[in-house]
Every structure is written in structure tokens, then in C-alpha cells.
Ligand binder design. Structure first.
Ligand code: C2O
Ligand code: CU
Length: 458
């Protein structure tokens, strides 16, 4: 049997064999990663179907492994690309260093098949986030690459169960296998994007979980679909405590109405589980067929004393300097099916959608701004489709919706715009670097709706 000293001797022998370069990088704090995400092809059955699908998965798991990280603690996550296409990992919603944002082609070169990339960051905000590829997302996400990214509060409110729920829709063929047809198809791209015909929750249809009767549940709903805006209905009243990771100052009572969740968005809900034997259902009702996404069955347990309380605040910039000469910018969305701009763009190969007249990633940024200045952006959706606008590296507040102040202005990183909508939003550009801004309906992103802005370090 190995004693500790034997182990030590072994390790010493090994370290003597290390090439110099590696030894040096260790001395500079290059310890081994605390998490590794390896993307690779995998064959797996999706949500109760009978035939296996040709998926791409992180660590052979659907969804990808749940990453639970501590707020403000340094992380070192290695991404290994075992997929055929070059890729990168984006930590959606985290306000981290630009170089670690994973926006392939803008903040880093895409990681070639067979290569790896080390991400190092300290997540400043607690809450519910997710990670996904930022290469050919329209195929990578449709194949199953995404996972929950949970940043734990330093002092987490007591709950009896904490349940990330990744909701994904899949386009299955007649055999129940993932359709490998039409990734990034231009017809879909010009319309509402790739919409599936099956829904999974954490890879299951439905996800069935036993929960402690009377216990406090924290549900973290994450929309990881390519393009579907989810309409979710919980069979019991609940409290909304966070949106896109950011806590509400006060929990908001939600009746059993539908919760609209656009692609990329998250909500955290708190609810007390019912009496033993009773179930709570989560239904998705956006399509022709309603899907039972999850069922929480209460089982006997010791009663919990946990109450619903507000989540601790995150260190967001507290002051939007709206009086103080903010930078005013505009983003006009045009194109798509049934428009002249869309037809023209399609014919010329320049993408079917445009931001400010340009289809696809422009060479010049949408705007440049000095660090810490407030930006007020006027977004207008002059198309016949809805869009889920996402900004990297920042959270923003909606100031007005079609000229009216909104009922609430939560901090969000993704906002849904209906056809014809005009939104004014504001944020403090406090994070230097080049940041993407795009529609998160990934087929729209692919076919034109993507740009970037530059925050200059001062
Ligand atoms: Cu989840 Cu560029 O986004
Ligand atoms: Cu869109």
C-alpha cells in the first residue's frame, strides 16, 4: 500500500521530468484547471425518443455539466475542443475581463479542433448564467452544447432545493433523431429561426424530480433554445427573485400566468413545495402542442423554516448618469422575410438582416465610448419578427418601451423586442474591451444581426 511518503517521492520524481516551460508556468500561478469542458461528438437519445441522435456535448453530458462557482473567486476553466469545428466558450451574462469573454473572432481566435484554451476569471456577480459555444452557434447549440453556470452568493439565502432547469427545443426527424438538415438554413434564418418540435428540460421530457413537501425551492429557468421564445406556465404561484442573474430588490409575486423567456434569458423563482403527494407542473405553451417540461412531486420531509427573502445585491454600477451627457446611440433593425431590405440582402449574399443598414459583423464598431460613461441606446425593430437583443459584458436597464416608461426596469443582459418595438435602454460602459451585441436567436445572428461596441479604457 502506498504511504503518503511514497506518493511524495513519486510526485517529486515526476516533477523532475517536467519540461522547463511547464514548471515555469506553474510558478506563475498556472495551476491545473479547476474545471475542464471537453466538447466532443456523442451519440445519445433525446428526451424519451427511441433512436440515438448525433449530438455534440460538453463532457459527454446533456446538458453540459453544471458549473457551480463561488462569487469573486478566481476560476481556471479549460476548454478542450474535440468537435470538428473551431469554437470558443462564452460565459453568458458574466461581466468579466474582455479577453475571457469567449466571443470567437472578436475577443479571441476560435479554438481549432483538437486544441484547447484556458479561461481565467473571477465572476463578480452571483446568480444564474449559462455557457455556450460562440463559433457556429446555430449548429453547436442545436447539437446540445450548453450548460448551466451558477455563481453562488457568498451568503446564499437558505433553500431546501436549488434546481437549474435548462429548457431546449429540438428539431427531430420522423425517427425521433435530431434533424441534421438545414443548420443555418436561409429560409429559417429569414423567418423565426430554427424552431424545434420537441422540448427537453435538462435533457428529459419531462424532467421529474421529487421535492421535499413544504420545502422552499429555487428554480433557475434558462432558455438555451436556438430561437424559440418560451412561454412557461407553473401550476402554482411563485416569487420572481432574479432576472438574467440580477436580483430584484424585492421578490415579485407571480400568479400562474405564463412567464415569457426569450432565448438567452433566465429567471430565478422561489416557491414552497406543496403537501406530500401533490405535484407542481411546469408547462411550455408557446407552440401548437403544449409540453410538460418538468414535474416536481412533493414527498414527505421535515418541514422547512425557509422564507422567501430578496437575494443579496450584486456590485452593479448603481448610477446611470442620464442627466450628465450620456452617449446616445441608435440601432435600427431591418430585413428578414417579407421586406425589401431582406430580399436585397439575400440576393447580394450580404445577410438577410441588418443593424443600421449593415448585415453581419462590421469592421467599425457600432459605437466607441470611454470607460464609465453612460450609454443610452435607442433600439428600433423595423422587421416583422421578434428579436432577443443581447449585450456582452454589461447589464442594462430599459428606460422606455414605445415611448412609455416600463412598469419595472430590471437589470438584464437580453431583452425581447416585438415587431415594431422601440426600446431605450441604458447602461454604464464600465467594462473595457470589444463587446458583441447581437440577436440571440442564433439563426438571426448568423444571417446579419450582429455587431460590436468598443469601450476604451481610461
Ligand atoms: Cu449568449 Cu453572444 O451570447
Ligand atoms: Cu432576431
Amino acid at each position: 500500500m502506498n504511504t503518503i511518503n511514497d506518493r511524495r517521492r513519486e510526485l517529486l520524481k515526476l516533477s523532475a521530468l517536467l519540461p522547463l516551460g511547464l514548471a515555469t508556468s506553474r510558478a506563475h500561478g498556472g495551476a491545473s484547471p479547476n474545471h475542464t469542458l471537453r466538447a466532443a461528438p456523442a451519440s445519445m437519445v433525446i428526451g424519451g425518443q427511441s433512436s440515438a441522435s448525433a449530438l455534440w456535448l460538453y463532457n459527454n453530458s446533456l446538458p453540459g455539466p453544471e458549473l457551480r462557482l463561488r462569487q469573486s473567486e478566481p476560476q481556471h476553466i479549460r476548454f478542450v475542443n474535440g468537435c470538428p469545428d473551431p469554437s470558443a466558450v462564452h460565459w453568458h451574462g458574466l461581466r468579466i475581463d474582455n479577453a475571457m469573454d469567449g466571443a470567437g473572432g472578436l475577443t479571441q481566435a476560435l479554438v481549432a479542433s483538437g486544441a484547447h484554451f484556458d479561461y481565467r476569471f473571477s465572476p463578480p456577480d452571483a446568480g444564474t448564467y449559462w455557457y455556450h459555444p460562440h463559433g457556429k452557434s446555430w449548429q453547436e447549440q442545436a447539437r446540445g452544447l450548453s450548460g448551466a453556470l451558477i455563481i453562488e452568493e457568498r451568503e446564499a439565502p437558505g433553500v431546501d432545493m436549488d434546481l437549474p432547469l435548462l429548457l431546449d427545443d429540438w428539431l427531430l426527424d420522423a425517427d425521433g433523431k435530431l434533424s441534421l438538415q438545414g443548420f443555418g438554413d436561409s429560409h429559417e434564418a429569414a423567418h423565426a429561426g430554427r424552431l424545434g418540435n420537441a422540448l427537453t428540460c435538462n435533457g428529459h421530457t419531462p424532467q421529474r424530480i421529487n421535492v421535499p413537501a413544504g420545502g422552499l425551492l429555487r428554480l433557475r429557468l434558462i432558455n438555451v433554445c436556438n430561437s424559440r421564445t418560451l412561454a412557461l406556465r407553473l401550476s402554482q404561484a411563485a416569487w420572481l427573485v432574479a432576472e438574467d442573474g440580477q436580483p430584484l430588490a424585492e421578490p415579485l409575486a407571480l400568479e400562474r400566468s405564463a412567464i415569457e423567456l426569450a432565448v438567452g434569458q433566465r429567471v430565478d423563482l422561489m416557491l414552497h413545495a406543496p403537501a406530500a403527494g401533490v405535484s407542481v407542473q411546469l408547462d411550455e405553451v408557446s407552440g401548437k402542442n403544449a409540453f410538460l417540461a418538468a414535474e416536481f412531486k412533493a414527498v414527505p420531509s421535515k418541514a422547512s423554516a425557509h422564507e422567501v427573502v430578496p437575494l443579496p445585491a450584486n456590485p452593479l454600477p448603481t448610477h446611470l448618469a442620464l442627466q450628465d451627457d450620456p452617449l446616445q446611440v441608435a440601432l435600427e433593425m431591418t430585413g428578414g422575410a417579407m421586406t425589401m431590405a431582406g430580399m436585397k440582402g439575400m440576393r447580394s449574399g450580404g445577410g438577410v438582416w441588418q443593424f443600421n443598414g449593415v448585415g453581419g459583423m462590421p469592421e467599425q464598431p457600432w459605437f466607441s465610448v470611454a470607460q464609465n460613461r453612460t450609454v443610452v441606446a435607442e433600439l428600433s425593430n423595423d422587421t416583422r419578427f421578434s428579436h432577443a437583443m443581447h449585450l456582452h459584458g454589461h447589464h442594462f436597464q430599459v428606460l422606455s418601451h414605445n415611448g412609455e416608461p416600463p412598469v419595472r426596469s430590471p437589470w438584464r443582459d437580453t431583452v425581447l423586442m416585438q415587431p415594431g418595438d422601440q426600446l431605450r435602454l441604458a447602461f454604464v460602459a464600465d467594462n473595457p474591451g470589444k463587446w458583441m451585441a447581437h440577436c440571440h436567436m442564433v439563426e438571426h445572428q448568423l444571417s446579419g444581426m450582429t455587431t460590436w461596441f468598443d469601450v476604451a479604457r481610461v
